[in-house]
Design a protein around this ligand. Structure first.
Ligand SMILES: Nc1ncnc2c1ncn2[C@@H]1O[C@H](COP(=O)(O)OP(=O)(O)OP(=O)(O)O)[C@@H](O)[C@H]1O
Ligand SMILES: O=P(O)(O)OC[C@H]1O[C@H](OP(=O)(O)OP(=O)(O)O)[C@H](O)[C@@H]1O
Ligand SMILES: [Mg+2]
Length: 282
């Protein structure tokens, strides 16, 4: 049975459960459940603190886990990323009151408050900056106002939390993060059951980012049309009953669908339709 760690709380937990559900896996019915077995798919899910997931996976007791890239790096665990999942996207940045610092070089002798001590200490050491790091569990934006630190380093998504605390980011982003699948470094994930799990998640990612596009066009316009809709491998082209016309079917990125429909119409394609993809295996 495949043993998988899933975040039990926080920003990662809802979207991770949703993705697993879309991939056809049974998920827990209430938030107090700590583990469930999905016998049909031969998978056991362990609901763990997101911060602990890379550590469990590195111990080898669990085959794979879903966590954040920033949490993986912060943990220093012997685990590696095998698939990015496209949700819980954030950047990790320094921030402070306007006028305090403009770059990481200004941090010498200052104190930085963060929940991600591992990332910050390594970043400062890599840059050769001698600054102190104080660990706080969360709500680090308040640390400056309360005099615990001059600077914070935290997850930024919309920037609302920083604005509300009167803080501004400075310097280059320390890292970009998103939800990821992790395994123990170098672990054998060629096994059929692991590969099947990854293919299912990839199927959800593709279904979320692509739509199916169908249209009719004149044979003379086919090459131009196919250049607009190359598909993943190559589009399907079928003859129509009306001679000189073909029907074309290809997957296109959902974000570009409207622009592609306009461009197809402009070269004479007609009956242009897009439909959602609910699941797929590439
Ligand atoms: N506002 C946010 N937008 C996007 N991703 C976020 C946000 N806050 C945290 N994350 C991401 O979620 C992961 C952190 O998960 P975790 O559950 O520890 O944090 P959380 O959502 O802050 O929950 P909690 O504060 O309850 O601990 C990290 O990968 C982080 O980059
Ligand atoms: O840029 P924003 O969209 O405002 O998002 C970033 C905020 O979200 C997270 O906080 P969370 O609500 O998880 O609280 P925490 O600080 O206690 O972890 C993170 O720690 C930031 O504070
Ligand atoms: Mg948080």
């Amino acid at each position: 049975m495949l043993r998988i760690a899933v975040p039990n709380k926080g920003s990662l937990s809802g979207p991770a459960a949703e993705m697993l559900h879309e991939a056809g896996y049974q998920q827990r019915r209430e938030s107090k459940e700590l583990r469930i077995v999905d016998p049909e798919n031969e998978v056991e899910f362990f609901y763990l603190r997101p911060r602990d997931i890379a550590i469990y996976v590195s111990s080898g007791r669990l085959d794979i886990g879903i966590t954040g890239r920033d949490l993986l790096i912060d943990s220093g665990a012997n685990a590696e990323e095998i698939l990015p999942l496209g949700f819980a996207r954030s950047t990790f940045r320094f921030a402070t009151k306007p006028g305090t610092a403009t770059g990481v070089e200004d941090l010498v002798g200052m104190t930085v408050a963060t929940s991600y001590e591992g990332i910050v200490a390594k970043h400062l050491a890599d840059q050769g900056i001698d600054a102190s790091v104080v660990h706080l569990d969360g709500a680090v934006e308040t640390a400056i106002e309360l005099g615990v630190a001059e600077v914070i380093a935290d997850v930024v998504e919309t920037g609302t939390s920083l604005r509300n605390a009167g803080l501004e980011v400075f310097g280059e982003p320390i890292m970009k993060s998103e939800a990821i699948v992790v395994r123990r470094t170098g672990a054998d994930t060629e096994e059929a059951k692991v590969q099947q799990f990854l293919r299912r998640l990839q199927g959800v990612l593709v279904a979320r980012t692509y739509v199916m596009m169908d249209y009719d066009c004149r044979v003379e316009q086919l090459e131009k049309a196919v250049a607009l809709t190359p598909g993943l491998e190559s589009p399907t082209v079928s003859p129509l009953h009306n001679e000189g016309w073909v029907a074309v079917r290809a997957m296109v990125p959902a974000k570009e669908a409207q622009r592609i429909m306009d461009d197809l119409y402009a070269i004479g394609a007609r009956a242009i339709l897009t439909t959602a993809i609910h699941a797929c295996r590439l």
